[in-house]
Design a binder for this molecule. Structure first.
Ligand SMILES: Cc1ncc(COP(=O)(O)O)c(C=O)c1O
Length: 308
């Protein structure tokens, strides 16, 4: 990738650097987003998925941290499109915007500092194994509580919690961690929301369960209802329900729809990708590339004039 957007300008990526004294680098007081853009080769078009939703979440998270930016979601979408065009992207990419306090000052606080925004892009294929499914471990680390560092905000410092859980899982030979919340109910993965299929119903932790309000989670809820005609229960989910579920899958911008085939050495269903999960994957992966007309509203095309 040639360019990044950095503090008001498009600059060569290796010039987009912060000083080691930068306040947010020390205290994790930054908020970020992860977006994907999908390349559609038949249309010669790049589609940003849920651009508005991601930038609305970024700006509302920033506001909660007293980071007043003068941008609207539309401004940030335009900047992102321009960055993708400048980088001549014709493949699937990940887009990482981050808002931070650029002040070269100590003291962990949120007042009287100057927020800045940077955006960069990088090539990104699959994050987890969406075709075979993954093995997960219930973590010994509990999910951040809403009254410590709210899980519903994508705050940089909160991701130490994710890193601890993910590392523990990887070191124990698993692919991903599932964290319980401080009350002992299932919360989410280190960077994914979780769904279980039980007796034909999709069950997912409700929004009060100390989870990120995933944008993919929302999209998947509507696909399950509208396309697969499956009922959804949003409620506290007990750990033991994981072991007896017929199917489990994770959702997220990075994880897309990732099947879970094993939890703590217990096979989920037959230990292969379940029927609901594979139908959901099929419709999700077509929708994100603009191949289903009714979900084109999820997408922002990047190239104004499609190249001949
Ligand atoms: C902790 C956590 N949960 C869930 C998700 C999924 O959220 P989304 O679908 O908005 O990417 C993410 C990724 O952003 C995350 O970091």
């Amino acid at each position: 990738m040639k360019y990044a957007y950095f503090e008001g300008d498009f600059v060569p990526l290796d010039e987009a650097k912060i000083n080691i004294m930068t306040n947010s680098f020390h205290y994790g007081t930054a908020v970020f987003e992860g977006l994907r853009a999908y390349w559609n080769p038949e249309e010669d078009q790049l589609y940003i998925l849920f651009a508005r939703e991601h930038y609305e979440r970024l700006l509302s998270n920033a506001k909660a941290l007293f980071m007043d930016l003068s941008f609207t979601p539309e401004d940030l979408i335009e900047i992102t499109k321009e960055l993708l065009v400048k980088n001549e992207i014709r493949e699937d990419v990940y887009i990482r915007p981050i808002v931070y306090f650029k002040d070269l000052k100590l003291t962990p606080k949120l007042l009287d500092y100057s927020p800045e925004i940077a955006i960069y892009t990088y090539s990104f294929g699959r994050y987890l194994d969406t075709s075979q499914g993954i093995r997960v471990k219930v973590s010994s680390w509990r999910r951040n509580d809403d009254n410590s560092i709210p899980s519903r905000w994508k705050v940089a410092g909160a991701y130490v919690n994710s890193a601890l859980a993910k590392t523990e899982a990887l070191m124990a030979g698993y692919d991903e961690a599932i964290m319980l919340n401080s009350q002992g109910f299932v919360a989410e993965g280190s960077g994914e929301n979780i769904f279980l299929i039980r007796e034909g119903t999709a069950v997912t932790p409700s929004l009060s369960q100390h989870i990120l309000e995933g944008i993919t989670r929302n999209a998947v809820i509507s696909l399950l209802k509208r396309e697969l005609l499956i009922n959804i229960e949003q409620r506290p989910v007990a750990r033991s329900e994981l072991y007896t579920a017929q199917e489990i899958f994770l959702t997220g911008t990075a994880a897309e729809v990732t099947p879970v085939v094993e939890v703590d050495n217990r096979k989920i269903g037959s230990g292969k990708i379940g029927e609901v999960t594979s139908q959901l994957q099929e419709v999700f992966f077509r929708a994100v590339r603009g191949k289903i007309e009714r979900y084109r509203s999820w997408l922002t095309p990047v190239y104004e004039k499609r190249p001949a």
